[in-house]
Write a protein that binds this ligand. Sequence first.
Ligand SMILES: Nc1ncnc2c1ncn2[C@@H]1O[C@H](COP(=O)(O)OP(=O)(O)OP(=O)(O)O)[C@@H](O)[C@H]1O
Ligand SMILES: [Mg+2]
Length: 341
Amino acid sequence: MNQQPILEVKDLRTSFYTERGKVTALHGINFQLREGEILGIVGESGCGKSVTSQSILRLYDEKYTAEYEGEINFQGENLLKLPMDQMQEIRGNDISMIFQDPLSSLNPVYTIGFQISESLILHQKLSKKEANEKVIELLRLTGISAPEKRVNQYPHELSGGMRQRVMIAMALACKPRVLIADEPTTALDVTIQAQILDLLLQLKDEYNMSVMFITHDLGVVAEICTRVVVMYLGQIVEEADVQSLFSKPLHPYTKGLMKSMPAIDGERSEKLFVIEGAVPSLNNIPKGCRFAPRCPYADELCMEKPPELTVHNDNQKVRCWHYDKIMREEENQNDNTIKAK
Ligand SMILES: Nc1ncnc2c1ncn2[C@@H]1O[C@H](COP(=O)(O)OP(=O)(O)OP(=O)(O)O)[C@@H](O)[C@H]1O
Ligand SMILES: [Mg+2]
């Protein structure tokens, strides 16, 4: 795989203007999306996954809602510095997005044919007739039955799975280089979820896209992603390739997320692990390590001083004062268990 980044997020800080003043939701996010990869972004609710994806496309209004700082580099340009008309050109054309809930993203008063063809007419300057033919082709590609009939239907006439396929067709209409999928399968039942994931994998290769896949489901990450970024309270706490992350998670938060995953084979009989407590509010960010109040390993240093993101073994990054010590302790324990056997 090509290791070149197609998208680079550098020290991204997104803050919202709220009634209680400016509140910062992202505190210096750094990562790269490499050509052709599927990068997973995981973390509990409220960690900043959606704010990260929406910031890349600058979807928050910059006058009344939010302020962006840092850089989002795409094809040699910092998107945060582009005039809005150029940003509009990028959206849907070069970088597309699929949202969690297709019903609230589709307009109920227009046919799906009209909604998919909009971007084809706008970005690719196709005529209405050409756009209609292309829409049917796109719908067929997403596996929807009777696409000629579907173009004239309204969103409420389709099932949840079909609506998500329509969203995918819409996102892919202009052959984007980058697809951002924000929990695209969370609202679907397990069978349909598997079908949509297969479809995304197939289309990623066919369209030669790089994908940012946002989810809170580590099972999905294991299945489809190449690398993973773990977020906690507006920061990245761990980054690794999927194999390293699943074989050797370094951050206590990642370990907690792993332990709270249901076993795929259904064999794990004990009660599911729960990470104690909740993600703190953005108005009440812990002084030291942000995860310290919930971390079983936290000591005074963790409570007082925020750790930096450090590199481990060249390909893994972790934001924890004690990951090394914890890792050695766990290795010793494993050795002792093996010897005892
Ligand atoms: N428009 C907004 N104004 C103020 N705060 C916001 C706004 N949008 C998001 N936030 C805050 O930013 C933080 C991150 O939210 P975000 O939606 O990115 O979470 P998430 O990781 O996507 O969670 P989920 O898994 O529930 O989708 C939250 O504390 C949220 O309340
Ligand atoms: Mg979200």
